[in-house]
Write a protein that binds this ligand. Structure first.
Ligand SMILES: [Zn+2]
Length: 315
């Protein structure tokens, strides 16, 4: 009995102890599991936080980049629009306009206080036109080219080159055949219009109109004097003025002039004149014009002339 009573508490104790130990183990497991869950939860939270921060950062960067791209595109568009406007303005500035002042100035073309010279080339374009352009470009001089519509259609690229280099393209009719152009006054206007259309096409400017004509053979005199006077009126009614010349090199006056004769011709016909409109030719046969142009220019510079075009007069 004593043994049993002794044994029981021990057993009881053991059971209690075992129970307690199991409880402890369970508690520990719970704690571990809870801690593990907590740790996992924290890790997850951290990952989510990092991921969210990173995503937000990336989104912000993407938005900033997008804004940058849009602003760059807008800047580009703005620049392009500005460029287009400037080009259009430049184009418009190069379109001849017949102003009232221009009409008045043309009436007094042979009078001027200052010495001024208008280099004019008729009957082109031809293969002589480009060498003339090179000489003018070297010396930074602008001239006026009275072109024939038939030649414009034959050499549109040369016409464009003349225009692009800042020279003034004026109108000399289409055919240069007197019996055709002077058959009646209307023919003169028709040839002007036909030539103007050819120039528009060559330079790519549908609004171009020089408003300036030079009568083949000159306005005054000859077999067709009467028709020419009537044509002059008809042209003026259509806002087209005309100009002849008061000086010439004689490059077309004789068959084969020598360079000396050409320069002498200029000296003789320009003497004592302050304002000179010089007749020259850039037709196919007139290589002499190319050969003598540097001397002609040197002479005029030496005499104190400043170069102008009829664009300066009319517009
Ligand atoms: Zn001519």
């Amino acid at each position: 009995m004593k043994k049993e009573s002794l044994k029981e508490p021990i057993e009881n104790y053991n059971i209690y102890s075992l129970h307690q130990s199991t409880n402890k183990s369970i508690n520990r497991k719970r704690i571990i599991v809870t801690v593990a869950i907590l740790v996992a939860f924290l890790v997850m939270l951290t990952i989510i936080a990092i991921y969210t921060t990173d995503t937000l950062k990336r989104l912000k960067q993407a938005k900033a980049y997008e804004a940058q791209v849009i602003s760059y595109q807008q800047e580009l568009e703005k620049q392009e629009q500005q460029k287009r406007l400037e080009e259009e303005k430049k184009k418009q500035e190069r379109m001849p306009k017949l102003t009232e002042t221009g009409k008045e100035k043309l009436k007094h073309i042979y009078g001027s206080d200052k010495k001024r010279a208008f280099l004019t080339f008729d009957d082109g374009p031809s293969s002589n036109t480009s060498p003339i352009l090179s000489i003018l470009q070297e010396r930074n001089i602008k001239a006026t080219f009275f072109m024939l519509g038939s030649r414009v259609e034959a050499m549109p690229d040369t016409v464009k080159k003349v225009f692009d280099q800042g020279h003034f393209i004026a109108n000399h009719g289409y055919s240069h055949v007197y019996s055709q152009i002077y058959a009646c006054p209307e023919n003169v206007l028709d040839e002007y219009n036909r030539t103007n259309t050819a120039i528009q096409k060559a330079i790519g400017e549908p609004d171009f109109n020089s408003h300036l004509f030079r009568f083949p053979g000159g306005l005054v005199g000859g077999k067709y004097a009467e028709i020419k006077q009537q044509a002059k009126q008809l042209l003026e009614q259509n806002d087209i003025l005309n100009v002849d010349w008061n000086s010439l090199t004689g490059d077309a006056e004789r068959q084969n002039p020598t360079p000396d004769q050409v320069v002498e011709g200029l000296k003789r016909t320009s003497q004592g004149k302050n304002s000179i409109v010089i007749l020259m030719h850039d037709a196919q046969a007139k290589q002499i014009t190319v050969e003598t142009l540097p001397q002609v220019i040197d002479y005029l510079i030496g005499e104190g002339y400043e170069f102008q075009t009829f664009f300066d007069v009319l517009t």
